[in-house]
Design a protein around this ligand. Sequence first.
Ligand code: ADP
Length: 452
Amino acid sequence: MRKKLLRSYWIGNALTLLIVVVFAAVMLVTDIRTDQGSLMAILNTASAWTTESSSNLQELADKIASSSPPLRVTFIMPNGIILADSGKEDQDPQKLMKQEEVVLALRHGIGEDFSLRDSLLHPSLNAAMLLDGRLILHLSNPIEEIKHLVTVYFPLIVLMFLAMIAVSHWLLDPVTRRVVKQLEQVRDLLEGTTSRDQINPEHFYPELRPAMENILYLIDRLRYDLVQISKTQDMQRDFVDNSSHELKSPLTSITGFAEMLYDEPELGLAQRQEYLGYILEECQRMIAIINDILMLERQDQRKIGEMARVDLNRVANQVAQALSPQAQQKDIAITVQGQCHVFAVEQDMWDLLRNLMGNAVRYGRQGGYVKVLLSEGRLEVRDNGIGIAREHRERIFEKFYRVDAARDRGAGGTGLGLAIAAGITNRYGAAIHVESEPGQGACFIVDFVRKL
Ligand code: ADP
């Protein structure tokens, strides 16, 4: 990753340098072309002057040269004798005669050439013209641009380029390192070699932060889901254990009484009736447990399509009717007041009310009351029975949790009623809680509006 970034960085720099050099070269070629045009124009003008006044060639050479400094003007005979020269230093006539532009002028009357006469640092544009077949007018114009380019601009460009690389390296290197480090952290996190807690998205670059936050969110979700799955598995295991235990105890009793009846055929009728009564009671308990387990199971299978507007007052009155044998036994008066309509599966509302009102009767006092109070979005089931101590209030909604196992089992409870009620309210996004004081009754409140 780091190597790739560095490679891209250097390729970018090299390309920049290439572009600068190509641009400079194009500019230079354009300049030389322009100079070439000017030189030919001067050559034509100068040749006209020469043919008009051929008296003082040296004066003429100086005059032409001064018209476009640093132009050098030379008059040379075809045999190599220099007649006039505007330049200060002497030049070698033999060498001059061999130059391309002079050779061309002798052959075709006119010639031009770009020459690196002395060295790369002294290039010049040269032109020559044969006048009347006996005199050669030679112009030589040094190209200052190349000299400048080679001596000043090129070193300057290189220097600037190096400075640019140094500065960008100095500025970019820490950034590159940090980006690479941050990406490595992401990789380590995904590979599981870094712990999620070691990572703070705030320390990431803003461009990387959203991706990091998403990854952390997904990791958290995954962890949460795994915890939930493991919790669900634990709960299922507990449920199987508890159900087996709950069913095992009545079965043990039934087996015990059945064995006694079997082993002792001479038992009296009254005793037999008593044992059979116990067996019947335990069987009913088992049926109640199995019914509640099935009710719990049914919770997840309810279909949305079965939902309708349910009148809780009507359902509560039906439940009261169904509970009337138990209520009469304890001389408990069940009343239903107020109105509440909910959009739900009616069977769910029946199960909810059946469990809350059934408990209120079961744990209610002799000659007491059960009041169902309804208002919009709210259901209360109030009794004046034994009540629930604070430490049990949260746990009573767990499956098979009982405040007093022996007492509550004896009262006919399965330990699943409130778990069923909580499951139903949970499914409807409603909240259930209890307000109670030991000895002063309990009030179960279902809030259909408030989300859990
Ligand atoms: P059970 O079938 O044993 O009643 P529940 O899940 O319905 O099981 O209730 C759990 C426990 O909560 C009960 O065993 C009982 O101790 C307590 N409880 C529930 N409702 C009431 C109530 N209205 N008054 C007092 N205690 C209650």
